[in-house]
Design a protein around this ligand. Structure first.
Ligand code: BTN
Length: 241
């Protein structure tokens, strides 16, 4: 697979979008630094030089757009698995987009899709991992962390990238071949930060409490609300109490 690497770039996701049509499925864009890293919900993503993994994977799967978000699940499972394998740290998946250690965010995933109603042109899976960031600004200290902070020693980014991409390919092929997320779900359920927990769901400006009772075959969260009703969460901000 082709890997395009930069010293600096505004955002690997933005660049991936620009070239997606011209490159092959599986092309990876990675940069030492991002000057305009993007997060979900229009937020920005701090991407300091040589201190993290800032990369995007371009995919062109022949699947219905509805299934596109499954790529996020595959990315979360492979990233969590790679972090655990390389560092031995207890990383968990905070459904659907984050990896946390010690309750603090260490990785975020931003999946973007282009195409029509019934066909995906391409998907960009952007993965940001805080690896060797030694110190966060005060306002982030309670919510963000890095592998070096948790491990107490520097972590080799290259090893994580290799493990992550190998695992991603395995889980992706499993999904394409079997049509189910089986292997990814095993990891997602095993290392879930939300399964069995009480969480707060933010829907617009409404806040609800719910207990997570399952992660279903599609990778969606089944929750039980306070009134006893069960609901399937498709997306939306989920925050653990
Ligand atoms: C989030 O948690 O809000 C998602 C953060 C995603 C950050 C990654 S870093 C590589 C890729 N390029 C971007 O501009 N964003 C993603």
């Amino acid at each position: 697979n082709k890997i395009i690497d930069f010293d600096t770039i505004d955002s690997t996701n933005s660049y991936a979008k620009e070239i997606a049509k011209e490159v092959l499925h599986g092309t990876v864009i990675i940069s030492e630094e991002q000057t305009g890293g993007r997060g979900r919900m229009g937020r920005s993503w701090t991407s300091p030089k040589s201190e993290g993994i800032w990369m995007s994977i371009i995919l062109k799967p022949d699947i219905p757009p509805m299934e596109g978000m499954k790529m996020t699940q595959i990315a979360a499972a492979s990233t969590c698995w790679a972090i655990r394998t390389v560092t031995g740290l207890e990383a968990y998946i905070k459904w659907p987009n984050d990896i946390v250690i010690d309750g603090k965010k260490v990785c975020g995933i931003l999946t973007e899709m282009a195409g029509e109603l019934n066909k995906i042109d391409y998907l960009i899976v952007g993965i940001g991992v805080n690896v060797n960031i030694e110190k966060f600004p005060v306002e982030f200290r309670d919510i963000a962390t890095s592998l070096v902070i948790e491990k107490g020693e520097k972590v080799d980014r290259r090893t994580i990238v290799i493990e992550l991409l190998q695992q991603f390919e395995k889980l992706y092929m499993d999904y394409i071949n079997c049509g189910t997320l089986e292997k990814s779900l095993a990891i997602i359920r095993n290392y879930s930060a939300v399964l069995g927990k009480s969480i707060r769901i933010l829907k617009g400006n409404q806040e609800l409490r719910a207990e997570v009772i399952a992660i279903n075959e599609e990778g969606l969260l089944r929750v039980r609300l306070e009134d006893g009703k069960e609901e399937l969460l498709i997306s939306g901000e989920v925050s653990i109490r």
